[in-house]
Design a protein around this ligand. Structure first.
Ligand code: SF4
Length: 561
């Protein structure tokens, strides 16, 4: 682009600049109970408030039925029993009677009609959580280690995650005014008329921004898939600082080579007292250098990829007023959650519960939703922790409460040991159809059945009980991190998937495309020869993803050239 070429900003940039309070005309549309949906511009503002306008795609043939998705902002995924109870009530009363755990340690509701949106958001705020900045061009829900098992330093890391979430929250008064007071923000008031967010400015970020804190050796938050990754360095149970990783992200678009998944670069180490300065420095680099002309190319990862890690280090040091030390040694051994009962470092118990695709619901004799609600009502000291693998941990359980909780869960068909097979436990999917407007193929409704089929195939070729991380998404945006799976299915068209192979189990290697398009019906035919070869050719203890990376994908690349 020459210096004279006028820069055409995206429409989102224009509307943010025109209304930096993000109020849009949301309050007026809420007040108009005769309409069932928001305008397209208000839909963009709504995202900052934590909601997406969707429609039920199963019903499109008979007409458009608007429904809202609402997502909580729950730093580190930690909820009190009381807060969980509030979310459960809202799902029953206003949603589709399910709670969906997201890959960013949050809960989202699906199927809320427009006129019920305000009661839901208001009740979430009254429970002392929020939905502000759960979506939109801002810092999203901050991830923090959910597992209480390893080290006392978790408390400090969790406190830092909270501090960062607070420091990076947008300051607009429109949120409170619309959802809590039920009023249109008075735009004639000077403070609203001239509002500019002190951190984000008038136009916020070019796109979303994601942060994760993680404590090695557990990488249960896939830290390198975040714009900003903070790898806690713990010595003698004490947090000494963080290795700083910048520029990760999953999203891409089919057929657009300027978009790709990327792992964050580790660029240095700093002490915990600088945590907010560093977070603001990285976020403002995204704000100032991110692409505002193309939303598909507007993530921080492209800024880092194109300008380089050395440039990023210098810029962060300048903005945060520090000198980064060399990164400290660390090692990851797993990205999985700990399921079943375990003892935490403080002597209390915690229970990791598998939740298929993150969907908390009642289905036949397996009544997970009802069971968890009873736990929340009866055990007020139990903490509900959402994991980035879409599972739930019941933490802070005393020795004497362990048995009654087991009994209660069992009464509703929820097991606390041997909860599922290894393949199901290692799987993850995004919601896609029927709620997500971007879904090109099924994901959540397809994956459990597909895992059953792959399980059968594994047993056939001599791989029964073998863990393989399998993830699916309905489109290339990658909400369930399919590019970090040993087998990733990425929707291309109804019943057709791009297939990616070869990531590792510690979250430090991306997978690569094997098949650009595979029919769901052909899974057995396509995978049987590959899995059979793996059985014969693997090194002792070698995982499927590692063998694909070492042998199979190399051959595949050579054959393709
Ligand atoms: Fe929707 Fe795509 Fe995200 Fe799935 S990956 S929820 S289809 S945007």
């Amino acid at each position: 682009m020459s210096a004279e070429t006028p820069v055409k900003l995206t429409h989102n940039e224009d509307i943010k600049a025109a209304i930096p309070t993000l109020a849009g005309t949301i309050a007026a549309t809420i007040a108009d109970t005769a309409t069932d949906h928001f305008s397209e511009d208000d839909n963009q503002f709504l995202k900052f408030h934590g909601s997406y306008q969707q429609d039920d795609r199963d019903l499109r043939k008979t007409g458009k039925k608007y429904i809202m998705m609402i997502r909580g902002r729950i730093p580190g995924g930690v909820m009190t029993a009381k807060q969980y109870g509030v979310f459960d009530t809202l799902a029953t009363q206003y949603g589709n009677n399910t709670l969906r755990i997201t890959t960013r340690q949050s809960i989202q509701f699906h199927g809320v009609v427009k006129n019920n949106l305000r009661p839901v958001v208001k009740a979430i705020n009254e429970s002392l959580l929020s939905t502000l900045a759960a979506c939109g061009d801002v810092n999203r829900n901050v991830l923090a280690p959910p597992t209480p098992a390893y080290t006392k330093a978790r408390e400090q890391v969790y406190a830092d995650a909270h501090k960062v979430a607070l420091a990076l929250a947008p300051q607009t008064k429109a949120y409170h005014s619309i959802w809590i007071d039920g009023e249109q923000l008075d735009l004639e008031k000077a403070e609203n008329k001239n509002f500019v967010d002190p951190l984000y400015g008038k136009t916020y970020l070019p796109r979303k921004f994601k942060i994760a804190f993680v404590i090695p050796p557990v990488n249960d938050l896939d830290v390198f898939t975040n714009c900003l990754g903070l790898i806690a360095i713990v010595e003698n149970d004490r947090l000494v600082g963080y290795n700083l990783a910048v520029g990760g992200g999953m999203g891409r678009s089919h057929g657009n080579e300027h978009t790709y998944p990327r792992l964050a670069d580790v660029i240095g180490f700093f002490t915990p007292d600088k945590i907010v300065d560093v977070a603001k420095a990285v976020l403002t680099i995204h704000r100032d250098f991110g692409d505002r002309t193309d939303r598909k190319h507007a993530r921080l990862k492209y800024v880092i990829a194109e300008r380089g890690a050395d440039w990023a280090r210098t810029e962060i040091e300048k903005r945060a007023g520090l000198t980064l030390a060399s990164a400290k040694p660390y090692q990851f051994t797993t990205t999985s959650d700990l399921l079943d009962w375990r003892k935490a470092v403080d002597g209390s118990w915690f229970l990791g519960l598998f939740v298929e695709s993150g969907r908390i619901k009642d289905a036949g004799s397996y009544k997970l939703k009802t069971a968890l609600r009873h736990v929340a009502d009866a055990f007020d000291k139990v903490e509900f922790r959402l994991t980035a693998n879409q599972n739930i941990i019941l933490a802070n359980v005393s020795e004497e409460d362990k048995h009654p909780i087991n009994m209660l869960l069992a009464a509703y068909g929820v097991k606390t040991e041997k909860q599922t097979s290894v393949l199901h436990a290692a799987s993850m999917s995004c919601p896609s159809l029927p709620t997500c407007g971007l879904g090109l193929a099924e994901s959540e409704r397809m994956l459990p059945g597909l895992i059953d089929r792959i399980e059968k195939l594994c047993a056939e070729v001599g791989l029964a009980g073998e863990e393989i991380i399998i993830r699916s998404t309905g489109c290339p945006n990658g909400c369930a991190r399919p590019y970090m799976a040993e087998i990733g299915f990425v929707g291309k068209a109804p019943g057709r998937y791009q297939v990616w192979l070869g990531a590792n189990a510690t979250g430090t290697r991306l997978n690569r495309v094997w098949k650009d398009m595979m029919k769901e019906a052909d899974i057995e035919t396509e995978f049987r020869p590959v899995l059979s070869r793996f059985v014969k050719e693997r090194n002792r203890g070698e995982r499927f993803g590692d063998w694909c990376d070492r042998v199979f994908l190399k051959e595949h690349a050579t054959a393709a050239n």
